[in-house]
Ligand binder design. Structure first.
Ligand code: KG4
Ligand code: ZN
Length: 329
């Protein structure tokens, strides 16, 4: 069976065609960066309007790249929660329209479950049960996942998400939007020990995150320096900041692995493309004898292939009614 997946929870308009194995046949993502760059962040109203412009062309392209027609579809899946409600509504409405027109089941899926399932898409055997770290611009979560369709949050951020902190740090250094990738690039030229930034909530056993103190420490450090910042100062600040974020994420995963006894760690979300994070998690899990499953980089940032978790729901006989809601949290 062929399924169409739709994602519009934040600022990426995405559609994907996958089979019920699941095997991904196409994954199209239209970025909205050009709409938001001049505001320095995602503007919800702008995001919803951009989804409206992009959604039908993106769905058409996903069908065309998979070389199938709409009438070949057996179900439509949409990530209907959590996210910006105006953005979610566009994807949910499109999915309902297709489900109704074709007379095929509609499956609403959780975007976070989708980020975890992106790890499954790159794996040759089941990754469940596992512990999961989902780390993106909107979320920083540790989840206990008995199966693809069940998860319990055991750690989360009390303030900013890790990606949001990286984006804001990049903005403070004048690196533009979206800042995470730019900060990552410049960090590779710097000294990670140049500045001693604090780790939020470092207590052993505490699985929650806080990045606001780290952000403030960066702001005060930048204020004390001569301006404009030199490239080498920017490199040192970026490297020290990124290393502190990565150290925090790795430590919290270590605590959570010890607390739960899980022998697999799945990692997804936009920040999971970061090579330093991937390498440091690799070292930590190797020391603990835990299997590390990293989402393939193309499925770390928001996409619709991860809506393939719908296949697992359909196997359990679950689908959604046509009054499916878009839920912000
Ligand atoms: O998953 P995603 O596309 O969207 C959300 O659900 O938020 O993640 C986007 C986040 C942004 O904060 C971005 O700065 C971060 O992922 N990101 C990175 C890198 N590439 C993207 N962070 C660190 N290093 C990168 N190379
Ligand atoms: Zn996401």
């Amino acid at each position: 069976m062929y399924l169409l997946g739709i994602e519009s929870s934040c600022d990426e308009t995405a559609a994907s065609v996958f089979t019920d194995e699941p095997r991904v046949l196409s994954s199209v993502v239209a970025s909205q960066d050009r709409f938001h760059a001049r505001f320095g962040g995602v503007v919800p109203e702008v995001a919803a309007r951009a989804h409206l412009i992009q959604i039908i062309p993106v769905i058409r392209q996903a069908l065309s790249e998979a070389n199938i027609r709409p009438c070949d579809l057996g179900a439509v899946a949409v990530q209907n929660r959590p996210g910006l409600v105006g953005s979610l509504l566009v994807g949910v409405s499109a999915a309902k329209m297709i489900s109704l027109a074709l007379g095929v089941p509609l499956v609403g899926v959780d975007h976070i479950e989708g980020h975890v399932y992106a790890c499954q898409l790159g794996a040759s055997k089941s990754i469940f049960p596992c512990l999961a770290l989902i780390v993106s611009g909107g979320h920083t979560l540790i989840l206990d996942c008995p199966s693809a369709t069940e998860s319990k949050r055991i750690g989360q951020t009390r303030d900013d998400a890790a990606g949001e902190a990286l984006d804001k740090a990049a903005a403070m250094m004048g690196l533009g939007f979206p800042g995470g990738p730019a900060l990552d690039r410049i960090a590779q030229t710097g000294n990670p020990n140049a500045y001693d930034f604090p780790m939020g909530m470092p207590q052993e056993g505490n699985l929650d995150f806080s990045f606001s103190g780290l952000k403030t420490a960066l702001l005060y450090t930048i204020r004390k320096l001569d301006h404009p910042l030199s490239e080498s100062q920017k490199g040192d600040l970026a490297a020290s900041f990124l290393h502190t974020v990565v150290k925090t994420l790795v430590k919290k995963c270590k605590y959570a692995l010890k607390a739960t006894g899980h022998k697999r760690l799945a990692v997804g979300g936009g920040v999971a493309v970061n090579n330093l994070l991937r390498n440091k998690l690799g070292e930590m899990t190797a020391n603990l004898g835990v299997e590390l499953i990293l989402a393939p980089p193309e499925w770390c940032t928001d996409n619709a292939a991860m809506a393939a978790v719908a296949v697992e729901h359909l196997r359990l006989g679950r689908c959604s009614p046509l009054d499916l809601d878009a839920l912000p949290c």
